[in-house]
Design a binder for this molecule. Structure first.
Ligand SMILES: Nc1nc2c(ncn2[C@@H]2O[C@H](COP(=O)(O)OP(=O)(O)OP(=O)(O)O)[C@@H](O)[C@H]2O)c(=O)[nH]1
Ligand SMILES: [Mg+2]
Length: 196
């Protein structure tokens, strides 16, 4: 190594210029873990446990009958954009009995994606209230499940009684490009909110 050329204070070239903490929230079984897994450039950290009988009659599995596990703490993933922005993605647990963790997971977040399943909109009401009450910018992303009726973004915004400045996007969280598009929309919205 040429020690004369070594400057320990110089920024490493592979380090991103900006790092942002982003939350992936929404109700039970809307696809949060799937989204983090679809976009993460590192192997995502997952805290999945098998769904037990405790869920019966509590969690609405309508439409996601094949779901066998649930997040009990959080998901974690990472995505770096070529412009030098790195996102740290934190997926929240959806089951109501784990909501007490949301404040800790949300600490320091610049924005959130609230995923909704249009067949089970009420499962995401609590997430929307959570970010509205804390003034954390969020976008609503409708994860369009196969066979689900298609709604327009206007219909979804109306049904959720969203403020007019909250962006609504349609997505399929299983696909990298679609999930990444939601993240880009959120970063734009969070930046606009910060400079407004
Ligand atoms: N058909 C279809 N299935 C999906 C889609 N997104 C997720 N799934 C499936 O739906 C189920 C729910 O996905 P998860 O990613 O575990 O949902 P979650 O929001 O993390 O769930 P919790 O952590 O339990 O709240 C899984 O069985 C997925 O394979 C989708 O866009 N289309
Ligand atoms: Mg999950």
């Amino acid at each position: 190594m040429n020690s004369a050329a070594y400057d320990p204070t110089a920024p490493a070239e592979d380090l991103p210029a900006h790092t942002l903490k982003i939350l992936v929230a929404g109700g039970f079984g809307v696809g949060k873990t799937t989204l983090v897994g679809a976009v993460s450039e590192i192997r995502p950290l997952r805290t999945e446990e098998v769904l037990t009988d405790a869920s019966v009659g509590v969690d609405d599995l309508g439409g996601v009958e094949r779901k066998t596990t649930t997040t009990v703490a959080m998901d974690f993933g990472r995505l770096t954009f070529s412009g030098g922005v790195r996102l740290y993605l934190f997926g929240t647990p959806g089951q109501e009995r784990f909501w007490f963790m949301w404040d800790q997971i949300a600490y320091g977040a610049v924005g959130a994606i609230v995923l909704v399943d249009t067949r089970r909109l009420p499962t995401s009401f609590a997430s929307i209230d959570f970010f509205e009450n804390r003034g954390i910018p969020f976008v609503v992303a409708a994860n369009v499940f196969d066979g689900a009726r298609r709604y327009t973004t206007e219909e979804i915004a109306d049904a959720l009684d969203l403020d007019p400045d909250v962006p609504v996007v349609l997505c399929d969280v299983r696909h990298y490009d679609s999930a990444k598009n939601v993240l880009i929309r959120l970063v734009e919205h969070a930046l606009q909110s910060a400079t407004a």
